[in-house]
Design a protein around this ligand. Structure first.
Ligand code: ADP
Ligand code: MG
Length: 247
């Protein structure tokens, strides 16, 4: 099982952003993508998730052997892809609990219902793990949440939906070190042979807590370098300047 990205080219409003990106994430592995701001990391995550603003002009995204080009966002989600956004959206008027319950209900077979008792039990257990106050169940999704609260809430959604492929876009930004450790613990508890992770980050810090199997550097819409966890440390020391030098 794997999420495979082949020669992916994508544009926003006619401007090419992804320029021939290749990446394979087998289940059981954690892949990190690092890179300078503007290199296309968020674009990649949104293209995988099926965001309508992004036009795929070439290449493909293959989920467990199936090209998902024609699938809508919700279909990709039900197929096992989850994206934790860099900038999570607020959903006024919809409580966190109702939002999660509806998302889970949408995954149930026809005629079956989410069991309310086990739903709340599961949600509270996960909130405890993420050290989230229970008051967040009744609040509108992300509305008025601090940056760090939004990021925790993204991970709560991820833990509840139990996706096969987790994409996390700069989950570390907005989190202080204690919150980062809590979130990393939640993410690490989800690591399994049946699940793959794509962890996008600008800084190495997150990768001290979520240890990647592979690290890729993205620049100008492509993966320009791949290596093991040591690559993240090298980048921390030398920065992204090497990208500007002629090879
Ligand atoms: P990163 O996440 O690596 O910082 P992004 O994927 O956010 O990079 O952005 C890559 C490039 O695409 C940037 O130049 C950005 O301005 C542009 N871009 C991304 N989304 C949009 C959009 N919706 N409209 C116009 N330009 C966009
Ligand atoms: Mg980004």
């Amino acid at each position: 099982m794997s999420l495979v990205i082949e020669n992916l080219h994508a544009s926003v409003e006619g401007t090419p952003i992804l320029k021939g990106l290749n990446l394979e994430i087998p289940t059981g592995e954690v892949h990190a993508i690092m890179g300078p701001n503007g290199s296309g990391k968020s674009t990649l995550s949104k293209v995988i998730a099926g965001h309508e603003d992004y036009e795929v002009t070439d290449g493909k995204v293959v989920l467990d052997g199936v090209d998902i080009a024609e699938l809508e966002v919700d279909e990709r989600s039900r197929a096992g892809i989850f994206l934790a956004f860099q900038y999570p959206a607020e959903v006024p008027g919809v409580s966190n609990a109702n939002f999660l319950r509806a998302a889970l209900q949408a995954r149930m077979p026809e005629g079956e219902e989410v069991d309310a008792v086990s739903f709340y039990k599961d949600m509270y257990a996960k909130m405890d793990e993420l050290e989230m106050d229970r008051k967040f169940t009744g609040r509108a999704v992300n509305e008025g949440f601090s940056g760090g609260e939004k990021k925790r809430n993204e991970i709560l959604q991820m833990m509840m939906l139990d996706p096969r492929y987790c994409i996390m876009d700069e989950t570390d930004s907005g989190l202080d070190i204690d919150a980062l450790k809590v979130v990393a613990k939640g993410v690490n508890s989800m690591r399994s042979e049946a699940r793959g992770f794509l962890v996008i980050t600008h800084y190495q810090r997150l990768l001290e807590y979520i240890k990647p199997d592979h690290v890729h550097v993205m620049a100008d819409g492509k993966i320009v370098k791949s290596g093991g966890p040591e690559l993240a440390l090298e980048l921390e020391e030398s920065g992204y300047d090497f990208l500007k030098q002629p090879a």
